[in-house]
Design a binder for this molecule. Structure first.
Ligand code: TYD
Length: 223
């Protein structure tokens, strides 16, 4: 298991993020992976999401997705505030007690959407999220990649502010994800997200072979 290292401390948990464009199926796949990991590893599994993984985050989610239009920097700061609180109050405590945490979106969403999509600087958007999270990286990031036509066909009818973007925004977001994945294959797993829910879940499980943390030890064997 690749331990999460922060401030020189080794944390026992295992941190997975799902990334991808709108309509890539992350929410369903994150939940299915969580069920499977809970069964196969016997470890506590926490499935969460951004924005809106906490009570405060739900307020921020409403503001960023369903209120008035805003400047890209305001948008980036609201996502970073949601992430800071999410990590401090939910993700880090869960990792500290040895849980597997699966989040539906994390800091790479900000780089893909606020830098790739909104065209803020990639480095500054990433630094903002690293500051917000005290530099907590996922052990593995699963990118669900689909072409724009497939994801558009999967989108709901009532679109939020971030879904009401044009095709070139969506293309820039996808390109940013693929660039980041290619640059760091040790952290990223790219999954073809076309096909049925079962097909995609099987691809994810196969791709995680050899990367999963150890199963929980039986009660009597614990130190
Ligand atoms: P959501 O309904 O959760 O979309 P999805 O089911 O596709 O994940 O809405 C989240 C929206 O917020 C989505 O369009 C992506 C966007 N977003 C950002 O722009 N930056 C971020 O940092 C995050 C976490 C999400």
């Amino acid at each position: 298991m690749a331990a999460v290292r922060v401030w020189g401390v080794t944390e026992p948990g295992y941190f997975v993020s799902f990334e991808g464009g709108d309509g890539s199926g992350k929410t369903t796949q994150a939940r299915l992976l969580g069920d499977w990991l809970g069964q196969t590893l016997g470890r506590d599994v926490v499935v969460t999401r951004e924005p809106g993984g906490t009570f405060l985050g739900l307020e921020l989610r409403r503001l960023v997705l369903h209120s008035e239009d805003m400047d890209p920097r305001t948008e980036a700061l609201l996502y970073a505030a949601d992430r800071a609180h999410h990590v401090a109050s939910l993700i880090r405590p869960a990792l500290d007690r040895g849980a597997v945490v699966i989040t539906d979106r994390y800091l790479d969403s900000s780089v893909a959407y606020q830098a790739g999509g909104r065209e803020l600087g990639e480095d500054e958007v990433e630094r903002l999220s690293l500051w917000a999270t005290h530099g907590l990286p996922p052990d593995v990031t699963i990118l669900l990649d689909v072409d724009l036509a497939t994801s558009a066909a999967r989108m709901p009818a009532d679109l939020d502010r971030l879904e009401r973007v044009d095709e070139s925004f969506r293309q820039r977001t996808r390109d940013a994800y693929l660039r980041r994945a290619a640059a760091d294959p040790g952290r990223w797993v790219v999954i073809d997200a076309a096909g049925t829910i079962d097909d995609v879940q099987a691809r994810i499980r196969a791709a995680l072979t050899g990367r999963l943390p150890a199963p929980a030890r039986p009660e009597g064997e614990r130190p």
